[in-house]
Design a protein around this ligand. Structure first.
Ligand SMILES: [Zn+2]
Length: 297
């Protein structure tokens, strides 16, 4: 996806890092082993999930275009095979920026059908004031699904499950049942206030529903990859759920009373959580503003 110039600052913010689009040269891709053949990779943008084995490489998300060579190099340290399948957890540019490169390299790109719809046309992320351009055909998911899909690969049944109206209208949560690993995409920001993209069909209720489904199925030893932030446990996901439910219900109550945005922000409904969650992509006031905009809708 090509990004307009004014977008660059927001893109860097979005990655919760100080890297501008043209300064990916300093970004390092770090690999963390989670199970025999499942890994998490971090660089800039959304966290990656990787399954390697005799059937080929299955990759979750693609970060930014400038990072594709580094991501491919990190994968080649794990497997001699190229990326066979790449699944996008949602359409945002910090998860799909490498799609064009990977598509050209022969990867089959897969996503929930709304991801393809949004990548196919010019887009706008209202809260960030960010315009995005339609992706070229080679960068689009060529296999789409509505509810879920299963990949019988590398010795396990990898399950991709749609999370409706969550962070966007096209989120997928991916389970590796044998490896006991889950990739939550951006339905989970670990240790930083989450962004919920109302203008892309996201909702607080949908994020809470996705998290609740995972809390029901995850065990204490399940390794949970968040869209942003460090690798997590079920306890971390529970803490995130409790924070989001508490702050959003306080904001919702004030919305119901007809309070103005400034009044809600001034009431500091997130105060008790700010020290732990407020130092990432969204500062406390912006987080409250984001919730207000979502819940007012
Ligand atoms: Zn996102």
């Amino acid at each position: 996806m090509r990004i307009h110039l004014p977008v660059i600052v927001a893109a860097a913010l979005f990655a919760a890092a100080s890297y501008a689009q043209d300064d990916m040269s300093k970004v390092e891709i770090k690999t963390e082993k989670l199970a025999d053949n499942v890994y998490m990779m971090t660089g800039a943008g959304g966290n990656l999930g990787v399954s390697v084995g005799e059937d080929g490489v299955f990759l979750i998300d693609s970060q930014f275009a400038a990072l594709t060579p580094k991501i491919q190099a990190a994968i080649s340290a794990l497997s001699p095979k190229p990326v066979r399948f790449m699944l996008n957890t949602h359409w945002h540019f910090d998860h799909t920026g490498g799609n064009e490169n990977l598509g050209k390299a022969g990867a089959v790109i897969i996503a929930q059908e709304n991801v393809r719809k949004r990548l196919s046309t010019d887009g706008f992320i209202a809260f960030l004031g960010m315009k995005t351009q339609a992706s070229p055909a080679i960068a689009l998911p060529i296999v789409t699904f509505t509810r879920d899909a299963t990949f019988h690969l590398n010795g396990e049944d990898i399950r991709a499950t749609y999370a409706p109206a969550a962070h966007t209208d096209g989120d997928t949560v991916v389970h590796f049942p044998k490896s006991n690993v889950t990739h939550m995409g951006d339905t989970f920001f670990n240790g930083l206030y989450p962004f919920i993209d109302t203008s892309s069909g996201g909702s607080v209720a949908g994020v809470l529903a996705a998290v609740d489904r995972e809390l029901k199925t995850a065990g204490d030893n399940t390794k949970i990859i968040p869209g942003h932030g460090p690798l997590a446990t079920k306890a971390d996901l529970k803490a995130y759920r409790d924070m989001l439910a508490a702050v959003s219900s306080r904001v919702a109550a004030q919305v119901k009373q007809g309070k103005k945005l400034e009044e809600v922000v001034k009431s500091k409904p997130s105060a008790q959580y700010d020290a732990k969650w407020g130092k990432g992509f969204l500062a406390p006031d912006k987080f409250v503003e984001m919730l207000y905009g979502n819940l007012k809708k």
